[in-house]
Ligand binder design. Structure first.
Ligand code: URA
Length: 408
């Protein structure tokens, strides 16, 4: 049966729910080996899946764990997910904005993958901040203050966790059917009423082309329909990193600055406003124009910042104790001209080399290190001008400026 299923998919044929269920649950129970699952995943990667197969797989993922029930919480719960990028701290900004406008936000976030940082790692850079809340605690916090950002509860789509770990090491992460089932199963199991997906495209993202992003978008909307959930998607650029900072503590501080209205001209600010506008429009059933006004007002009046501080305090965090390394390396321009590009992928690699993420699973993240861009795309620089500051805990680091900055 195992080989028959692998061969069927290798030949591009459709697998039934029963076959997928047998194989994936067999893997979870330890009856099917890593190499057999890896082989099926690669066949899926190469030959794709039909919509029916994708719906089946999503159901198998959902049914592998708990299905949370937050139906007692008043209001439309809107969740948001990003397919992952470099410098993506949008959740830290958006969750409090949306919650400050009376829409309950329960956001279960993940850790970094590959070169991309994870929201949970960022939040852990706030000393004391709890990211391991239980369902009951999540429920109470949302009832009390309307917002929670935490790690996934242990039993939420556990099948996704093991399959993702295998995909990560078998070159099968960027399969569109697998991404769609992975993300949607978690969003549906965590009981979101409406879902916004930020699909990233570019060299620093899982998906490299707009066509792939559009395909993923259509699929996720279809899966949402099967479960009666409205799904909206935004396709956003990930050739350039989001905002100015990459690295956990630095990114939290940057998110605070956005909430303070201090960073209102970056790609980060624009994307946060766009995403929050969609969420508010979905949560309040209002036009995008009205939603956008509310979002900007929440930032301008300090309501969103207050909500963020309230959330951090509720989850035991101490924002005043965040530590950024005081050892820095300044990287200066080697030529004069306009900055045409800043390469997200190269900065992702650099931040990993600094210790801001994990190269091996057993690595420990250094929350205090990272990168701050002192100049952004479009800036005119002279040779010798400061391009970026590295916050380090190392004596030396290799940086090839020309790989990161295109100056012409
Ligand atoms: N994020 C997820 O949660 N799953 C994927 O497969 C890709 C990105």
């Amino acid at each position: 049966m195992i080989l028959e299923i692998i061969n069927k998919k290798r030949l591009g044929k459709e697998l039934s729910y029963k076959e997928l269920d047998y194989f994936f649950n067999g893997y979870l129970n330890g009856e099917i080996a890593d190499y057999q699952m890896a082989s099926l995943l690669m066949a899926i990667c190469i030959n794709g899946m039909t919509d029916e197969e994708i719906f089946s797989l999503t159901k198998i993922f959902i049914d592998s764990g708990d299905i949370l029930d937050f139906s007692d919480i008043e209001g439309i719960k809107v969740d948001k997910h990003s397919t992952g990028g470099i410098g993506d701290k949008t959740t830290l900004v958006i969750a409090p904005i949306v919650a400050s406008l009376g829409i309950p936000v329960i956001k279960m976030s993940g850790r970094g993958l590959g070169y991309t940082g994870g929201t949970i790692d960022k939040l852990e850079s706030i000393p004391g901040f709890r990211i391991d809340l239980k369902e009951k605690e999540i429920f109470e916090q949302v009832k009390d203050i309307g917002v929670v950002v935490t790690g996934q509860t242990k039993d939420l789509a556990p099948m996704d966790k093991v399959i993702y770990a295998l995909r990560d090491v078998t070159g099968t992460v960027s399969s569109i059917p697998l991404i769609a089932s992975s993300i949607m199963s978690k969003k549906i199991a965590s009981d979101a009423d409406k879902i916004l997906i930020d699909i990233k495209v570019g060299n620093g993202a899982l998906l490299k082309t707009k066509e792939e992003a559009k395909k993923l978008s259509e699929l996720m909307i279809k899966i949402g329909e099967v479960y009666g959930r409205e799904v909206r998607t935004i396709i956003s650029d990930m050739n350039t990193p989001l905002g100015k900072c990459i690295g956990n503590a630095l990114e939290v501080l940057e998110a605070v600055d956005v909430l303070k209205g201090k960073e209102d001209s970056t790609n980060l600010f624009n994307l946060c406003v766009e995403l929050a506008t969609e969420m508010v429009s979905m949560g309040k059933d209002v036009s995008k124009e009205d939603a956008r006004k509310l979002v900007l007002e929440s930032i301008d009046t300090g309501k969103a910042l207050k909500k963020f501080e309230e959330m951090v305090k509720y989850q035991n965090g101490d924002l005043t104790a965040i530590k950024v390394s005081d050892k820095t390396i300044k990287i200066k321009a080697n030529k004069t001209g306009e900055i045409k590009k800043i390469n997200a992928l190269e900065l992702g690699k650099l931040s990993l080399a600094l210790g801001a993420g994990k190269i091996k699973k057993s690595d420990k993240i250094d929350y205090s290190v990272g990168i701050k861009l002192n100049k952004l795309v479009g800036s005119y620089v002279k040779a010798g001008d400061l391009l970026m500051t590295l916050y380090v805990n190392k004596d030396a680091i290799d940086v090839n400026i020309d790989d990161i900055f295109t100056i012409e």
